[in-house]
Ligand binder design. Structure first.
Ligand code: FE2
Length: 414
């Protein structure tokens, strides 16, 4: 029988009371990769490190950072317990797949571009001569379809305000507002600051030349633990190293097409558990150690715009395959991760440098069908800073009648 208050000896009682006091004043745990506490509010201490090109972009577009930069929600508003984290966006919301409305030939978008460059055969396209801030709704629909087909689309030489970036994000889905990732400002909810220098110095993210894998610099897919995980993510980098700082993307359609028909059949219809990057305390069992938000999604999912199947796994956040023994799951996932990571013919490596000094570069990718990895070769010796807006998509599904990309395009299945 569990001891009651009357049967506890004084030292046990003191210990329990001390634990309760500690839990009541608990700080958010943050990401498992952080070694320092989360800062709250506007950060004044790092203001002088804001890159000049970022500062100039904000000045051009009326973003005032004089109060401090970046902004982190107050500690009281950041979930500490895992049930609080589960409660965020736990309800269904209506999702409109913009790529489905689009002209399959994408004449409005591609016809207006100066140049359309396919960077590799299977993934990645650069559009030259268009400003994202000036796209019509028709062009935005066509861009959503192009991203769904090519996995990632790039636009250099952009003069893009954070406000406009946010507006674009709202067009493609519900914008994710992260409860604890640093933001541009208190008002501009939904714009995350991607600034590894800040995370290294303020959060203790351990990136060095010897340990260059961590944070964004590892194979991952954004926000897969959400009830409706990320669709289009738009990263606009406004400070870019003169050499390096590339990002690599890998295609989930092509990863699926790399597998044998027998193995594809085995995986089709299976589900897996996907976990959050951040961790929380379990209210039911607070002393057991940090917990992640976990959600179950299909391991092979169908993209609603293309109708193609994609392998939905990533090393950082896919924890286990449902219905398999732990050892089986581990072995199979390790192989699936390696298919994504090791096949260079299904990847694109992009250097963000604009052709015009002072302007930024945007990458828009579809997290439903890809993984990415930011290369840490600049070692923080030159500025690399960006703003990220993520549009969440549908509840992931697997349509057993859907085809693989190569099957649908009539390409060789060998
Ligand atoms: Fe990412």
């Amino acid at each position: 029988m569990a001891p009651t208050a009357t049967t506890q000896n004084p030292s046990e009682k003191d210990e329990i009371e001390a634990t309760i006091r500690k839990l009541a004043s608990l700080k958010p745990l943050g990401s498992s990769t952080y070694r320092k506490d989360i800062k709250a509010g506007y950060d004044h201490s790092f203001l002088e490190n804001v890159p000049p090109t970022t500062r100039a972009r904000y000045e051009r577009h009326g973003v005032d950072i004089s109060k401090g930069y970046p902004y982190v929600p107050e500690l009281d508003s950041i979930p500490k317990f895992v049930d609080e984290a589960y409660a965020i966006r736990n309800e269904d919301y209506p999702y409109i797949e913009r790529g489905k409305n689009a002209d399959p030939e994408k004449k409005a978008l591609l016809g207006a571009a100066k140049e359309v460059i396919h960077l590799t055969k299977h993934i990645g396209t650069e559009i030259v001569g268009l400003q994202l801030s000036e796209l019509t709704d028709k062009q935005k629909d066509e861009l959503a379809l192009l991203i769904a087909e090519r996995v990632v689309v790039f636009f250099r030489d952009q003069d893009l305000s954070p406000q406009k970036q946010l507006e674009l994000g709202h067009y493609w889905g519900q914008v994710e507002v992260h409860p604890q990732v640093p933001r541009v400002s208190e008002e501009l909810n939904g714009i995350s600051v991607i600034w590894q220098d800040y995370y290294r110095k303020k959060y203790g993210l351990g990136l060095t030349f010897k340990k260059s894998i961590g944070g964004n610099s590892q194979w991952h897919t954004d926000l897969v633990h959400e009830h409706q995980p990320a669709g289009i993510t738009h990263l606009h980098n406004d400070a870019i190293p003169s050499v390096g700082g590339d990002t690599v993307w890998s295609s989930g359609y092509a990863a699926y097409d790399k597998l044998s028909p027998a193995f594809q059949k085995f995986l089709d219809g299976k589900t897996a558990i996907y976990k959050s990057a951040h961790q929380y305390v379990d209210r039911e069992n607070p002393l057991k150690g940090p917990k992640h938000v976990e959600r179950e999604h299909p391991l092979v999912r169908t993209h609603p715009a293309t109708g193609w199947k994609s392998l939905f796994v990533n090393r950082s956040m896919t924890d286990r395959i449902v219905g398999l023994e732990p050892e089986e799951s581990k072995l199979i996932l390790e192989y699936l991760f390696s298919v994504y990571e090791k096949n260079l013919d299904i990847q694109v490596r992009f250097n963000w440098k604009p052709t015009k000094e002072g302007l930024g570069t945007s990458a828009l990718w579809d997290n439903r069908i890809s993984q990415h990895n930011a290369v840490w070769d600049h070692e923080g010796n030159e500025n690399r800073h960006g703003t990220r807006v993520t549009s969440l998509a549908e509840i992931p599904y697997f349509d057993e009648n859907s085809k693989s990309q190569r099957e649908a395009l009539g390409l060789s299945l060998d």
